[in-house]
Ligand binder design. Structure first.
Ligand SMILES: Cc1cc2nc3c(=O)[nH]c(=O)nc-3n(C[C@H](O)[C@H](O)[C@H](O)COP(=O)(O)O)c2cc1C
Length: 238
């Protein structure tokens, strides 16, 4: 496991959550969501992507449970849907979203035959709960397999509220996905790190910086995170 200060560290073999752990964890999501709102956040995005806990329930590789939280698609989606329902009830469905990464391989999550069927069921159920958004991650720009267009279209068809796409976007690609109706919003990750004024740059058609220090990602201090110049500043100092 990667740690900020000691890099890769060994970790213990995880054990399956008990029924009590599941209840407690659901409650922790609710408490965290409420705390986020008290702290001034506009809303909360549940992390159902990239091999984190919620996605571990979705995949039959990581979820080998024999109770009603594992096995069939409905049972593997149960924890995600219960957490989403509980958080939406606590802070409002209009303030609740979820991030998903079908076909993602982050955290060594293998592909499984029922990915499409899982997305079909999950997106319809999330739509019934009525949360504000689904945020779909496509890390193909970072070397992962692409999220098939059919999956993006299927989720679009099943989910009425906002869809966010993320991964390898520039202004042109972002506008194309929004204009096609496939997404309502685009999220930017890495460009926001080396372009702290990304919004202004996009709005004014200013060039984006290509100077990005990936060796400083996942580090423990501000270097490579908060020390990139603004476009205007750069003009002044050149
Ligand atoms: C330094 C760094 C840290 C990240 N940490 C996380 C993370 O903790 N969880 C997550 O789901 N994605 C994480 N991501 C992925 C981003 O959220 C985003 O999906 C990815 O960078 C693709 O978007 P981009 O091409 O606009 O950068 C991280 C990305 C970077 C560059």
């Amino acid at each position: 496991m990667w740690t900020d200060s000691k890099q890769l560290q060994d970790f213990i073999v995880p054990k399956a959550m008990t029924a009590e752990d599941i209840l407690l964890t659901k409650n922790e999501f609710v408490i965290a969501a409420k705390n986020a709102l008290v702290a001034g956040f506009d809303g909360v995005e549940l992390h159902g992507a990239n091999g984190y806990l919620l996605e571990e329930f979705l995949s039959p590789f990581s979820n080998t449970r024999t109770d009603n939280y594992g096995g069939s698609i409905e049972d593997r989606c149960r924890f995600v849907l219960e957490v989403t329902t509980a958080v939406a009830a606590a802070i409002g469905k209009d303030k609740t979203g979820i991030r998903l990464s079908p076909y993602g391989v982050a955290s060594d999550m293998p592909h499984y035959p029922e990915i499409d069927a899982t997305c079909e069921y999950l997106s319809k159920e999330l739509n019934k709960i009525g949360i504000a958004h689904i945020h779909l991650v496509d890390h193909s720009a970072m070397g992962a397999p692409a999220v098939p267009l059919e999956i993006k279209s299927l989720i679009r068809k099943n989910f009425t509220n906002s869809i966010i796409h993320c991964g390898g976007f520039d202004k042109e690609k972002a506008e194309a996905d929004i204009e096609s109706g496939l997404a309502n919003l685009i999220a930017f990750g890495r460009p926001f790190i080396n372009n702290p004024d990304l919004v202004e740059r996009l709005a004014n058609n200013w060039p984006l910086s290509t100077d990005l220090h990936m060796d400083l990602f996942y580090a423990a201090d501000e270097k490579g995170y908060t020390d990139y110049p603004l476009y205007q500043e750069k003009l002044i100092t050149v």
